[in-house]
Design a protein around this ligand. Structure first.
Ligand code: ADP
Ligand code: MG
Length: 469
């Protein structure tokens, strides 16, 4: 992230050596594994390697928009993946090839594409909404301390006859696998049933962006906005994907504003709070926090047990209490993993027989349990980073500002964000009561230096390895 945008001259590229296509294909495969097929197709499929000079990795992307998107969202990741494949890369330079997009590529440069308009209007005129999963309901959402606020807020919005200013937008946020998507589908599903004449549009942020860019490309932006504005409720899931600098952001939030101004209900989910949404303009950030902001905290034991009980009951499967307690106490990361563990145990007993026993469960879930046990704490990160740089642990949360101390501290904050599920404010607090903006600044700084300073980047990589062991 934060990588510079540089146009390449042919001379620069020609100084580099070509990459072996196999290593680049491996990088692409890993990218696909990590982000899934849709993201891969949108951003990486048509990116070609130009070469590497042992320091800079040169790539070419089909459009300026894709280039900028890669820089601001996947730059660090691409470098990391390339290095894992043995490509010497400390920074990234992407040029624009201008080759036409394949049919499957959904995005194009707005500025570029608007110039040479295709004569087709290829915009879906039907229902814009992604399908609603009927399995996600309020009834089967288990409520505990960690999610009661979000649940109540979601219920209120679902049951209200119209949007109300004090809960518009409803902003749900929390870590992965804690039920945000579940609640959004529950809201949409409830309205579809209780009040089918209300028009509800549910989209992941990526889908939204995809439609939006297509609309710009094919000059159907008015129709697109019309479709959105005719919705009584718009739900946008995982809005953090719109984070980052890009020219669509402005338009995007105009649409949000217009919807709220015309009294349509907006529901947004995000992996962080509005204040932590880095890369957004201040006025947009504050606008997002105007309505009702409800967070979902990490799960506690009772909630995890509750989820297991409810799942066992729904499945009509006798699930020994002892095994349930084992799962609830050992799979603590999030509900998605807990469900995965539950399903694995059930599937095994259905397919192989032998019933659900402690012995089977322990054996089946060995790897998951180990991964959960190994979850890093902020203290461990501070300790290891201090050791690595020959500092005292207290330097990690002191107010000393000299660079010898400040850089390692920034690295520790960066690793805390990257390797744990802690929020920016939580991280700030454990580094001597620092503000979340300090943490944000640290992360940005590290992301910059990783790209520009090879030695620095090695330290970060090494520490990541040490901590992941
Ligand atoms: P997120 O969108 O926050 O990443 P999801 O909504 O996709 O998480 O939830 C992951 C899985 O966990 C889903 O299968 C969901 O049904 C389940 N889940 C999450 N929270 C709860 C809950 N409180 N009660 C029951 N199931 C839950
Ligand atoms: Mg989700």
């Amino acid at each position: 992230m934060g990588a510079e945008l540089i146009m390449l001259t042919t001379a620069q590229v020609s100084k580099s050596t070509p990459l072996l296509p196999e290593s680049w294909n491996k990088v692409k495969d890993r990218f696909k594994d990590e982000y899934g097929d849709a993201t891969y197709k949108s951003w990486m499929e048509n990116v070609a390697p130009l070469g590497s000079d042992g320091f800079t990795l040169f790539l070419s992307a089909p459009t300026k928009f894709i280039r900028e998107w890669l820089y601001s969202n996947y730059g660090t990741k691409i470098i990391e993946l390339a290095r894992r494949e043995g490509i010497a890369a400390s920074r990234l330079e992407i040029s624009v090839s201008g080759t036409p997009l394949k049919e499957s590529a959904p995005v194009a440069t707005i500025e570029e594409e608007l110039g040479e308009q295709p004569n087709v209007v290829d915009f879906p005129s039907g229902d814009l909404s992604s399908p609603i999963d009927p399995r996600f309901t309020f009834d089967n959402f288990v409520v505990g301390k960690s999610n009661e606020l979000a649940f109540a807020a979601a219920r209120r919005v679902a049951e209200a006859a119209a949007a109300s200013p004090e809960s518009n937008p409803l902003f749900l946020y929390g870590g992965v696998g804690l039920g945000k998507t579940h609640l959004m589908h529950a809201i949409a599903g409830h309205i579809k049933k209780a009040n089918p004449s209300r028009k509800v549009v549910y989209l992941s942020a990526e889908k939204f962006l995809h439609h939006f860019i297509r609309a710009l490309r094919y000059k159907t932006i008015l129709e697109f906005k019309e479709q959105l504005r005719s919705a009584d409720m718009l739900l946008i899931d995982d809005v953090q994907f719109i984070n980052g600098k890009d020219s669509t952001q402005e338009e995007f939030f105009h649409t949000f504003n217009a919807l709220i101004d015309s009294n349509r209900q907006l529901v947004i989910s995000c992996d962080r709070s509005p204040t932590d949404l880095d890369g957004l303009e201040e006025r947009m950030r504050s606008r997002l926090g105007w309505g009702l902001v409800a967070d979902i905290h990490s799960t506690d034991y009772e909630l995890r047990l509750g989820v297991l009980e409810s799942k066992a009951e729904a499945a009509g499967i006798p699930f020994p209490r002892e095994v349930m307690e084992f799962l609830a106490s050992r799979i603590t990361s999030n509900i998605r993993e807990l469900e995965g563990a539950f399903n694995r145990v059930v599937a095994h007993s259905t397919l192989v027989g032998g019933g659900i026993t402690m012995e089977n469960a322990t054996e089946l879930l060995k790897d998951l349990v180990r991964a959960n046990d190994r979850r890093l704490t902020l203290e461990e990160i501070q300790k290891k980073v201090a050791e690595y740089f020959n500092l005292k642990v207290t330097d990690m949360y002191s107010a000393r500002r000299s660079r010898v101390v400040a850089r390692p501290r920034q690295i520790a904050m960066y690793l805390a964000k990257k390797l744990t599920t802690k929020s920016l404010p939580e991280i700030g607090r454990s580094f001597g009561g620092k503000d979340h903006t300090t943490v944000m600044h640290a992360i940005k700084k590290v992301e910059e230096l990783v790209v520009t300073d090879a030695e620095f980047s090695d330290s970060v990589e090494m520490l990541t390895k040490i901590l992941k062991q």
